[in-house]
Ligand binder design. Structure first.
Ligand code: NAD
Length: 463
């Protein structure tokens, strides 16, 4: 772990499993309460220096991005080993992480004059909050850490970061790497089980919690943060709908629709999890998706040419297997996939389900895996209503040939982001967040940066 500029072991450790082999290949430190206190103390002490020099922070963040780039191969190897994603995708995750860090470095913290009426002048300033507890899930360990570190540090805060116990290694290594270019205590990285997250969110030193994970955990985090009235950003789960319009060309949209759902083995918060198609296009869309699904090379992420790795962990593998089996026994059919591949490894082929309906868990819940139901609709109003009939509201997409019409339908989705003829076109300049139970607040761009600041009005008489 990285605490107060030092790389430290812990008294105990836990195993890290490679999902492509099911074998434990490494161990990670189990942070003690005392060590967490030390990390919080270090972060608290580091705030005063870190917040004082804007130019140094910009330079520091760019140096962090450079250092991560220099270690890209090592980090990508770790990601593939612990997360399972293909090596090319792991490299992409590292490069996206540094793209996000550099974008945060380029953001401004302007002092705005918001009142100047001859008798008084008021400035709006953005002050750091203090210590940020950053907690990440197992699907994009480095990228989602970067989404938090960039704006937190840019605004003058310091961070204690905890990765998921399923994927701690790349993040722990990231801590060691950035520690070489930052003052001690600015970034601390600790690892441990879920209880460590709970210690963090209730820790009195923390002023802000930035959490990415499931809705169920998000609710616990919110409750825990209430005591200290901590600031909160919650990026939670989704059940994104893709609505295919009657003027869509199934061949033309096939690639985007497929990978919008199956990228990262379907383990992505804002990925397509339900596809709505008009009855007349159902068979063509299913054929296009199923044909692609059958061509995808599933295997260990280290193998050349593999496009989809395993499901990341055993509970998630069992969950996806169970949701698909239940849908099949309740009357759905698999146009492609449908059952796990032979092990070892948590391999599940891309699965396209037809004949599924609301009321089945694979439709109503977030499956977070490589199995997507294709549902038919009769009228567009019905499709929009069903797309919105969920407690989730992360993103959604609309696919069609008439872009203006598709855009108007997209704007009717109750989601933080609505795409046209795309899904997951994320960018550091676009505020990303969920409506309803998919989250609270946004990340990215000036809006995301603002969430790591406390607005302060400085009011004075006119000169
Ligand atoms: P999870 O909620 O189980 O765990 C996320 C993190 O929270 C882990 O680091 C975990 O150790 C920690 N944690 C667990 N219990 C805690 C507690 N009581 N207090 C504080 N921290 C605690 O989620 P997961 O299974 O790792 O990730 C999958 C979920 O994450 C999916 O629902 C997915 O949609 C969501 N997700 C959301 C986004 C987004 O940006 N909206 C991005 C990626 C993943």
């Amino acid at each position: 772990m990285t605490i107060n500029g030092q790389v430290l072991p812990a008294d105990s450790s836990f195993g890290v499993v490679n999902p492509a082999t099911e074998g434990e290949f490494s161990r990670a430190p189990e942070c003690s309460r005392k060590q967490l206190d030390a990390a919080m103390d270090a972060a608290t002490r580091a705030v005063q220096l870190w917040r004082a020099d804007d130019a140094a922070r910009v330079a520091g963040l760019n140096a962090v991005a450079d250092a991560v780039d220099e270690h890209a191969s090592e980090l990508a190897d770790l990601l593939t080993a612990e997360q399972g994603k293909p090596l090319g995708a792991a490299h992409y995750e590292v490069s996206e992480t540094t793209r996000w860090l550099r974008a945060a470095a380029a953001l401004e913290l302007p002092i705005e004059t918001i009142l100047d009426d001859g008798s008084a002048r008021a400035e709006l300033r953005r002050r750091p909050i203090g210590v940020v507890a950053a907690i990440t899930p197992w699907n994009f360990p480095l990228l989602l850490a970067g989404w938090k570190l960039g704006p937190a540090l840019r605004a003058g805060n310091t961070v204690v970061l905890k990765p998921s116990p399923y994927t701690p290694l790349a993040t722990l290594r990231l801590g060691e790497i950035v520690n070489q270019v930052l003052p001690p205590g600015v970034i601390n990285v600790v690892s441990g089980g879920d209880h460590l997250g709970a210690w963090m969110t209730s820790h009195p030193a923390v002023g802000k919690v930035s959490f990415t994970g499931s809705v169920a955990t998000g609710k616990k985090v919110m409750a825990s943060a209430a005591d200290g009235l901590k600031r909160l950003t919650l990026e939670l789960g989704g059940n994104d709908a893709a609505i295919v319009l009657d003027d869509a060309n199934p061949e033309a949209i096939g690639r985007g629709l497929f990978w919008g759902g199956f990228i990262n083995c379907g383990q992505i918060c804002a990925g397509i999890k339900r596809i709505f198609v008009p009855e007349a296009l159902h068979d063509d869309v299913v054929d296009v998706l199923a044909e692609r699904a059958r061509r995808v090379r599933v295997g260990p992420g280290t193998q050349e040419g593999v496009q989809m790795g395993p499901i990341q962990n055993h509970p998630q593998f069992e969950r996806v297997r169970g949701l698909v089996a239940e849908a099949l026994s309740d009357g759905a059919s698999a146009a492609a996939g449908g059952a796990p591949l032979d092990g070892p490894g948590y391999f599940f082929p891309p699965t396209v389900l037809t004949g599924a309906n609301e009321g089945m868990r694979i439709v109503d819940e977030e499956q977070f895996g490589p199995a997507i139901p294709v549902l038919t609709y009769r009228t567009l109003d019905e499709a929009v209503e069903r797309a919105n009939a969920t407690p989730f509201g992360l993103s959604g997409s609309v696919w069609g040939s008439d872009l203006d019409r598709a855009t108007e339908v997209a704007a009717r989705l109750d989601t933080g982001t609505a795409f046209v003829n795309d899904h997951l076109a994320l960018d550091p300049c676009l505020p990303f967040g969920g409506s309803k139970q998919s989250g609270l607040g946004v990340e990215n761009g000036p809006w995301g940066l603002d969430e790591f600041t406390q607005l302060q009005v400085v009011h004075r008489p006119a000169a």
